[in-house]
Design a protein around this ligand. Structure first.
Ligand code: SF4
Ligand code: SF4
Length: 75
C-alpha cells in the first residue's frame, strides 16, 4: 500500500495532482489540500508527485504493508 503526503507550506492547491491521478484517488480535503480518498486505490504510479510543479507531493510505500518476501527482494 502507498501513502501520500502533501508538504503544505509548498502546496498552492492548484489541483494538478488531482487532475492527473489515473485512479481518481485524490480530492480536495481538509482546507482544500489534496487528500487520498482510499489508500488502497493508489497504484504508486507517482504521477501526482511528478506533475506537482511545487514538489509538494510525496508518494512512498508503506513499510507496514510490505511482507517479508518483498523486503528480502530489496536487500
Ligand atoms: S499539484 Fe502540488 S501544488 Fe498543486 S495541489 Fe497538488 S500537491 Fe498542491
Ligand atoms: S501515486 Fe498515482 S495512483 Fe497514487 S495518488 Fe498519485 S497519481 Fe494517484
Amino acid at each position: 500500500m502507498y501513502k501520500i503526503e502533501v508538504h503544505r507550506p509548498w502546496c498552492k492547491k492548484c489541483g494538478i495532482c488531482i487532475a492527473f491521478c489515473p485512479k481518481q484517488n485524490l480530492e480536495p480535503g481538509e482546507m482544500s489540500y489534496p487528500t487520498a480518498k482510499d489508500p488502497e486505490k493508489c497504484n504508486g504510479c507517482k504521477l501526482c508527485e511528478l506533475r506537482c510543479p511545487d514538489f509538494a507531493m510525496y508518494v512512498y510505500e508503506d513499510e507496514e504493508s510490505l511482507d517479508e518476501s518483498s523486503i528480502a527482494s530489496r536487500e
